[in-house]
Each structure stands twice: as C-alpha cells, then as structure tokens.
Ligand binder design. Structure first.
Ligand SMILES: Cc1cc2nc3c(=O)[nH]c(=O)nc-3n(C[C@H](O)[C@H](O)[C@H](O)COP(=O)(O)OP(=O)(O)OC[C@H]3O[C@@H](n4cnc5c(N)ncnc54)[C@H](O)[C@@H]3O)c2cc1C
Ligand code: SF4
Length: 523
C-alpha cells in the first residue's frame, strides 16, 4: 500500500513560482511539502564551463519531447531545486503598465490581464527586494510607476558598453541599466559575493551570488521546521474526489518508488509546459479533457516570446566580461513610422568560441569562432508573440509532451532587428581602442543573427491562463482553478499575454500575491 501523508500545502516545483510561494508561506507555520522532480544542482567547476553547459548540455533535461511533426525536440530546460532560475540571466523586469491592458499589435491583439498593474505593483516591489534587484529608476522610458527605488544600485557598464550606451544616447535613445538580480557590491569588490564573471547568463552560479529561487527562497524556506522538501520527487498525476471539486491525492515517483501525498491546498508550479502536461495527464470521469479543463484552454495559448541573438562583429574587440548591463526599450511600443509594438533590446552573456561551436551560425570562410567571439557585441532581442489557441501543449499516446507552435506577430521583430542594425551603423569611433569600431571586420558591419528555435523554451508561458470567465480561462484571478476548489497554479502558465520583457519577476511577484491570498484562506 502506498503511504498517505497529509499536509496543509503541497507545492509542486521549486522554480520562480513555486520557490517564491514556499518562501512567503513558510513563516505561516503551516505544514508545507515541496515536491521537486530534480535534485540539487551539483556544485562543481563544470557549472562555469561553457563546454559542459553549452556544448555538452550537461545540465539540460535528457527528456525528449516532440514537435507537431513528430520530430524529437530536446528542450533547453532544467529540472533542479530552483528550477530554471538556476540558469537564468537574472534580468528582472516588471511588465509595463500598458501590458496589463489590451494592446494592438501588427499581428493581432495582446489581450488584457484580469488584474491591473496597480494590483501587482506592491508585489513587484517585494519581489525586487527578495531577489536583490540592482537597477536605476527613471532611465527606462517605458518603465511603469514604482513606489520605491530599486533596493541596490545598478550594475555599471564596462567601457565598451558605456561607449555604446553613450552612442545610443547621442542618437536620441534612452539606453538604461538592465535591472539585475546579481549580488554584486561594486563599492566593496573584495567582499562582494558576486565576482562579476563571464559565465552568468545560462550558467548556474558556482558561488551562489545569483539571486535564484534556490538561494533566495527555497533555502530560507527550509529554515522553517514546518517546510519539507523532497527532491527527485516527480509528480505524475493528481487525483480528485468523486465530485471532482478537490484534489485528494498527489501521485509521485519518489526515488523510483510510487508515493501518494495529499494536502488542503495543492499548487502546481512545474513551469508552463510541465504544469499543463500534469493537468492533461490527470484526466478522470469528472475531468475527461484534463484536470480543471472544462474551458478547454489547458495547454493552449503557449507563448515563448520571439527571441533572437544578433551578433554585431565590429572591428574593435569587445573585452566586456559581464555584458548584460545595458538595455533599450525605445521601440517597445513602436515608433513614429511604425505604430505597433516592436520589442525590447538587451544583451546575452558574452559569447565565447565554445558556445558558438554549439550552434555555429554560418560565417565567412576563415573567420574563426575565436575571432568572432572576441569582436562581437551579442544583443538579445525580444518581441511579444500572441496567444494562439492552436499553439499548444498536448500529450502523445504514451503521455509524452508534444509542443505545437507556429510563430506569429513576427513583423515587429523583423523591424526591431533592422532598427538595431541601422543604429549600429551609426556608431562613432571607439574611444576605448582608438579604431573605427563599427566599420566591421570586413569593411562593413557584419551581423550574425539567430532566431531562438522551438526547443528554446526559456520564456514558456500562457498554457493555463487566468481570467474572470471560466469559459475562456482555467484559473481565476487568484490563480485557483475555476473547476477545482483547492488547486492553484503559480508558474508562468497563468499569463494571458506576455509583453516583451523577461518573465521571471512577474512570476515571482504573482507568487507573492497568491501567497497573500493563500495565507488568508489558510487562516
Ligand atoms: C538560460 C535561461 C536564461 C533565462 N534568463 C532569464 C532572465 O534573464 N530573466 C527572466 O526573467 N527570465 C529568464 N529566464 C526564464 C526564467 O528562468 C523562467 O521564466 C522562470 O524560471 C520560470 O519559472 P516557473 O516557476 O514558471 O518554472 P521553473 O523555474 O522552470 O520551475 C519549474 C520547476 O518545476 C519542476 N518540475 C517540473 N515538472 C515537475 C513535476 N512533474 N513534478 C515535480 N517537479 C516538477 C522543475 O524541475 C522546476 O524546478 C531564463 C531561462 C533560461 C533557461
Ligand atoms: S556574474 Fe556574479 S552572479 Fe553571475 S555567475 Fe558570476 S559570480 Fe555568479
């Protein structure tokens, strides 16, 4: 007989959503069980090895999904305590005020959220403090109102990026310091936890100086006697009472054994793809199309942003170590000649030759990857993709994940890429190296662009959307399932639309908001 253990709250998944919720509920004294399918990420030198991380994909899940053609998909996602925040670039943005309303795009409409920015604002502030965000208010032309300054000063630009920032400003833009969750103390580098290294974005932090969900939330939550974490605990299915109104059992494969747990409140926070898959696997007589899916939206409206890396390979080398400090939002809502939203420009971590080897784009003959990496400015461009019900997570006959996705709303992104290229061609001479920087190594600018493929599910969201109408949404405004009284979802699934900034801070802020609701509900 499986063992039956009852808790006040079970949280499935310990990433941005689940980890943050555990942190905020921990002081309540309620018995909380965290179920995490992964283990603790091993702390080892490979954490900072581009070969291990990017070429060998050592830490990625080995799970194989399928695309809608049945082709294998090796998802770039990670199952560990802390979830994908162990690997994230820690760019921690608030959605814009306007993103909470309906926005007309060239490719369609980005729907409104059922809550306002004002309702989220205090939680954004709490999340910024919890995740130690370093930034500077007042620089970003699209930033929403904030009731407090960032808790820490911005991460400074290294000379090459400062030069670029000055050039953008000269061209009439308002470049700004990317808000970042890294524990860098630039006034006291000797004692700073963060050493400002070149293996941050996409890598785990070996010295625990990245503000991830394990370091900031799961670890502190586990200081409370009432919180228990089981690692290697893969939740397979949720079972309900005969009425279908309560989750009564959480079926788990724990270290190879089948176990069953139950709780007054069950929270799924497995990431937008895995939470949808979990609900779809949990069919029963009352929920024939998947748990909490009377609306039919579970798994649908998958979004992941339209993301590109654009490498601008200039004549001058780019010796920057930590490249993620600079961002541009001047084109976020469009420009005079193009009234539709275009998106956000920032940087990925500095590309190195090993990493380029992993996805080597077509380059000119004789142009070595080392040279290319030494000279590149590695931009990251994000535009909003729109929620299409046919872009969705389904299961194959064996219960494995199938991800169907047709890109949409791409015109704004294409224009954003062209805009950036145009700006780069207007750069002034480089004062750092004394050469004309942006004539390019081939006497013209050389751009190498790459769209992030379907397997790049880093920004996955939208698959269990929240809303007021139970016919068109699966969750209510508190992220409780319309159809089930004790089931909540707090990962990125709840997004009805995704804006064009990185999603993690919004997931964290929302988990704090749902945490307030749950504390009240639990008494
Ligand atoms: C390389 C990379 C860079 C990124 N950079 C940024 C950035 O700079 N800024 C930003 O805002 N966002 C960034 N992101 C995205 C960000 O990490 C995610 O948006 C965020 O972590 C999602 O939070 P979540 O709670 O939805 O899911 P996750 O953080 O993925 O957490 C889900 C957790 O659930 C566990 N789980 C899954 N299924 C089960 C199951 N069945 N049973 C038990 N446990 C389960 C997983 O192991 C995982 O721990 C990045 C992501 C990646 C991969
Ligand atoms: S830059 Fe700082 S936070 Fe990022 S990995 Fe390096 S030491 Fe860690």
């Amino acid at each position: 007989m499986p063992q039956m253990n009852h808790y006040d709250v079970i949280i499935i998944g310990t990433g941005a959503g689940g980890g943050t919720l555990a942190y905020t509920l921990a002081p309540s004294g309620k018995r909380i069980l965290l179920l995490e399918r992964g283990d603790y990420l091993p702390r080892e030198k490979d954490n900072w090895s581009p070969r291990a991380v990017n070429v060998e994909a050592k830490y990625n899940t080995k799970e194989v999904w399928r695309d809608h053609h049945g082709q294998p998909l090796h998802p770039h996602t990670n199952y560990y305590v802390g979830g994908n925040t162990k690997f994230y670039g820690a760019a921690l943005f608030r959605l814009r005020h306007e993103d909470f309303g309906e926005i007309k795009h060239y490719g369609g409409v980005s729907p409104a959220w059922p809550i306002t920015y004002e309702e989220m604002e205090p939680y954004y502030g709490q999340a910024e403090r919890l995740y130690q965000v370093h930034g500077q208010r007042g620089e970003d032309p699209t930033e929403p109102h904030a009731s407090a300054p960032y808790p820490y000063p911005p991460v400074s630009h290294e000379p090459r990026l400062q030069h670029l920032s000055d050039d953008f400003a000269r061209l009439g833009l308002r470049p700004f310091h990317t808000p970042l969750g890294v524990m860098l103390d630039e006034n006291n580098r000797q004692h700073s936890r963060c050493i400002r290294c070149d293996t941050c974005d996409g890598f785990p932090c070996l010295v625990f100086a990245k503000a991830d969900a394990q370091v900031c939330c799961v670890g502190p939550a586990l200081q409370h006697q009432n919180v228990t974490l089981l690692t290697n605990a893969h939740v397979l299915r949720l079972e309900t009472s005969s009425s279908g109104r309560e989750v009564t059992a959480v079926h788990v494969e724990y270290n190879g054994r089948q176990e069953v747990f139950s709780a007054d409140i069950v929270v799924a926070s497995c990431g937008a793809i895995n939470s949808a898959a979990l609900l779809l696997r949990s069919t029963n007589d009352r929920h024939p199309d998947g748990l909490a899916n009377s609306s039919g939206v579970v798994g649908r409206h998958y979004m992941g942003h339209i993301n590109s890396v654009l490498m601008d390979i200039s004549e001058c080398p780019n010796p920057t170590v930590f490249q993620k400090s600079l961002a541009i939002n001047d084109f976020y809502f469009g420009v005079e000649e193009w009234e539709y939203p275009m998106g956000h420009i920032s940087f990925v971590g500095k590309r190195d030759a090993e990493t380029l080897k992993a996805g080597a784009p077509a380059i000119a003959p004789g142009f070595t990857l080392e040279l290319m990496a030494r000279h590149s400015l590695d931009f990251w461009l994000t535009s909003e993709d729109l929620p299409d019900p046919d872009n969705r997570v389904t299961l194959d006959r064996d219960g494995n994940i199938v991800l169907t996705y047709k890109p949409n709303n791409e015109e704004g992104h294409k224009r954003l890429v062209e805009k950036l290229k145009g700006l780069m061609q207007q750069q002034t001479k480089c004062t750092v190296h004394g050469h004309a920087c942006h004539v390019g190594l081939f006497s013209r600018d050389l751009f190498v662009g790459q769209r992030i493929p379907l397997a790049g599910v880093a920004h996955q969201n939208g698959t269990i959307r929240f809303g007021i109408d139970p016919k068109t949404s699966a969750l209510d405004v508190n992220c409780k399932a319309h159809d089930v009284d004790n089931l909540y979802v707090v990962d990125a699934s709840f997004f009805p639309s995704s804006g064009a900034v990185n999603p993690a801070l919004t997931i964290m802020a929302n988990a704090l908001r749902v945490g307030d609701h749950l504390r009240e509900k639990l008494g």
